[in-house]
Design a protein around this ligand. Structure first.
Ligand code: 4AD
Length: 477
């Protein structure tokens, strides 16, 4: 017999059929009404128990969290809140759940408490909605790129190169860490290590993706990336998933068009296909907003925000224009920013990015043409000799969601940059080959998947949009 899910049952027109369904008890009221959930949808199915025909011992074991099998008849519901329900003929307890020990009770738990129980938090409405949306977004990413002629490219996770040049990498080594082999100069001898050289977990698949774009034209990676930066913020993880398209013959304008179209497309996908989960999270945020002082409440609901992003153009602003706006804005003049903007060339902090997006432009913003010395070595130098063809997409409530650039395709300019930054050219011989053999204009970007999931679900902390967050001092589960 085909197994049937609660999602299928709830949309079934086939009333009065005999069915068998398995799931977990969410609540059991009045010894009669079981709210049953199997994860296929946010919604529970109501199972009406005929307690006269059910033995006392079984009734006692129907507790929140218990796994059960229900046999019965799908019937039109006379109660409020659901169109169908199950008239139960037989209940089998598959797995008991001791109510005195089970942490997930049918009441509101704090997100902090649930983080400590990350293996069980997925059994709550909030987390099941978030993770179903995460899954749908992931599908939408692959769908978008496949439909637009991109090839999915699996970048290596263990690498010898530091793509971003920031040095925030996790080392991969099997050397004895108490007594590692040493070279004559007394340094650790990585030639004796597993790979015969120093290796790390990747911070970005970009450099390898560039080599593939130079043959397949349009490629994208979607994989885990790792950063050992000690940032304990609501937007940083040590292990996060990044989507990195890379396109041959694209310049920075094409790159901005791609980023905007891609983001709008995946958000549109979930607004059409994940209505129940979004409605639930929308309502959750409305309730949360009511507890805040009036001046801290959102101007738009979650769903309004998503539609706003889909329907409006992202504002494209050069770094130089942004600095002018920031230098003359009220919070800068009144010294309300933690980092004051004085000179051209300073890096923007998240307070500045959020001011531009949330207060000044009130829409997603793409900043471009940043000072060369605050950006990575591979970005294309502009004619002014001091800015590079970089772009960051900034989102309300999130800050930077995308970072990308047109790449430096001129071998001599790239080699000079590598030299200026004291990067070992020998390590990048394979990367430089792309500039020696058939070099061409090309561009790409990286989108932090968790930041996208945060925006779509309205979750304030990035630790709540990835199943098992990895952050400083935390690798439980
Ligand atoms: O701006 P980033 O560092 O860009 C790169 O890594 C480029 N190689 C991408 C490329 O051009 N192919 O990172 C890209 C995005 C950021 O905009 C942010 O959304 C996310 O990755 N990100 C993080 N997300 C969570 N935790 C962290 N620690 C993150 N660091 C970056």
């Amino acid at each position: 017999m085909k197994k049937i899910t609660i999602a299928e049952l709830l949309s079934s027109k086939n009333i009065l059929q005999e069915i068998t369904v398995k799931g977990w008890v969410r609540t059991f009221r009045a010894n009669r009404f079981i709210a049953l959930n199997d994860g296929s949808t946010l919604n529970n199915i109501q199972c009406v128990v005929d307690f006269e025909n059910t033995d006392e011992a079984t009734l006692k074991r129907i507790t929140t969290g218990a796994a059960i099998e229900i046999k019965g008849m799908l019937a039109e519901s006379i109660g409020k809140g659901q169109s169908v329900e199950i008239q139960v003929s037989k209940i089998t307890i598959l797995g008991d759940c001791n109510p005195d020990e089970y942490p997930i009770q049918p009441k509101k738990h704090s997100l902090e408490f649930l983080r400590e129980n990350a293996h069980l938090r997925i059994r709550t409405n909030t987390f099941s909605a978030v993770m179903r949306l995460r899954s749908a977004l992931s599908f939408a990413v692959h769908k978008y790129f496949t439909e637009n002629g991109f090839y999915n490219f699996h970048a290596p996770i263990i690498t010898g190169s530091d793509a971003e040049g920031a040095g925030e990498m996790f080392q991969v080594s099997i050397l004895d860490n108490i007594n590692p082999p040493k070279t004559e100069e007394g340094k650790i001898d990585y030639s004796k290590d597993f790979f015969g050289k120093e290796t790390n977990l990747t911070v970005s698949g970009q450099l390898e993706a560039e080599t593939y774009a130079m043959a397949l034209g349009k490629v994208y990676t979607f994989g885990p990336t790792f950063r050992a930066e000690n940032s304990n913020t609501s937007r940083h993880l040590a292990e996060f998933w990044m989507i990195e398209p890379e396109v041959a013959f694209n310049n920075l304008d094409d790159n901005m068009d791609l980023a905007e179209d891609f983001i709008k497309s995946v958000i549109t996908y979930v607004t059409i296909n994940c209505k129940d989960d979004l409605a639930f999270l929308n309502d959750r945020l409305l309730q949360e907003d009511k507890t805040k002082p009036a001046n801290e409440r959102s101007e738009m609901s979650l769903i309004e925000k998503l539609n706003f992003v889909i329907e409006n153009n992202f504002k494209r602003v050069s770094y130089t224009e942004a600095i002018d706006i920031l230098r003359n804005c009220k919070p800068n003049k009144k010294k309300q920013f933690q980092y004051l903007i004085e000179d051209w060339g300073t890096d923007l902090q998240s307070e500045h990015e959020r001011f531009l997006v949330e207060k000044h432009f009130k829409c997603p913003v793409i900043l471009f043409d940043y000072p060369a010395n605050i950006k990575a070595f591979y970005m294309r130098l502009n004619q002014d000799g001091k800015t590079v063809r970089a772009m960051d997409v900034l989102f309300p409530g999130i800050g930077e969601i995308v970072g990308g650039s047109q790449r430096e395709e001129r071998l001599d300019v790239l080699q000079q940059k590598i030299k200026d930054l004291n990067i070992d050219e020998k390590e990048l011989w394979w990367y430089l080959d792309t500039r020696k053999f058939g070099t061409a204009e090309h561009s790409g970007f990286g989108l932090g998947f968790e930041r996208l999931v945060q925006f779509v679900t309205g979750m304030g902390n990035i630790r709540d949009v990835i199943p098992y967050p990895r952050t400083p001092q935390n690798a439980e589960f």
